[in-house]
Write a protein that binds this ligand. Structure first.
Ligand code: NAD
Length: 222
């Protein structure tokens, strides 16, 4: 069923920055398609309930993995079918492994590239197909990072994927401008989310420093 409200999809919406974006866009009056891994179902259902009650907008939850092309296609198809159209894709889902380069396994390399780069690519791709088909412009937004503008200790692969997202975003923006579709990415510094908690745990267990000291140190450095 369609409504006059614009529709935004947010990937990685169950926690952290994605959750914050969902709450803000709901406050702005957009209907939402929220996406996260099946393991986050409880959190995403609670968030959808909170949003419906507080802001009165429509919310559709879809579960899957951004690194799987068929899941992202199903996400866009389901949201368009249930909410009528698409206006914005916020490709927020991302992960990190915390390793210096020579300690990074091929498996971890694939994992981070698959979720961060390929996941963002699939999200952009199926949003672009839908937005071009609708012919009314739209917004595509991805999650880069301060580590996508500047290298960072222990973040070789993560940083590489975030630089790659920036390049892909800039190129896609040039290609899609003629359709009235803008493509941008955000590059947060240190935001206190579960992701930062995992990074801090890794670095402080390696260095023997107190918990929280790594987050504080990078926060101060930037
Ligand atoms: P987070 O770990 O707190 O939340 C990420 C969400 O994405 C979780 O709900 C998780 O379940 C989901 N997710 C993970 N893998 C997924 C997959 N394969 N498919 C679908 N969903 C998946 O992370 P965050 O700190 O909120 O970060 C959000 C984005 O912002 C990420 O891309 C991250 O790299 C980027 N970022 C974060 C910071 C920071 O300081 N927190 C800084 C710069 C960039």
């Amino acid at each position: 069923m369609s409504s006059s409200r614009r529709v935004a999809i947010i990937t990685g919406a169950a926690e952290g920055i994605g959750r914050g974006i969902a709450l803000r866009l709901a406050k702005d009056g957009l209907d939402l398609g929220l996406f996260d891994l099946p393991r986050s179902q409880q959190k995403l259902e609670q968030l959808a309930e909170e949003i419906r009650k507080e802001f009165g907008v429509r919310v559709v939850n879809v579960y899957g993995d951004v690194s799987k092309e068929e899941d992202v296609k199903r996400l866009v198809d389901t949201v368009v079918q249930e909410l009528g159209s698409l206006w914005a894709m916020i490709a927020n889902a991302g992960i990190s492994v915390n390793r210096v380069l020579h300690e990074t396994s091929a498996e971890d390399l694939d994992k981070v590239i698959n979720v961060n780069f390929k996941g963002t690519f699939f999200s952009y791709k199926y949003a672009a197909i839908q937005l071009i088909k609708q012919g009314k412009g739209g917004r595509i937004v991805g999650a880069s990072s301060i580590a996508g503008k500047k290298g960072m200790a222990g973040q070789t692969v993560y940083s590489g994927t975030k630089f790659a997202i920036r390049g892909m975003t800039q190129s896609a923006a040039i290609d899609y401008g003629k359709y009235g579709i803008t493509v941008n990415s955000y590059a947060p510094g240190v935001i206190d989310t579960p992701l930062m908690g995992y990074l801090d745990e890794y670095h402080t267990s390696k260095s023997g420093q107190p918990k929280g000291s790594w987050t504080k140190s990078v926060g101060l450095r930037w």
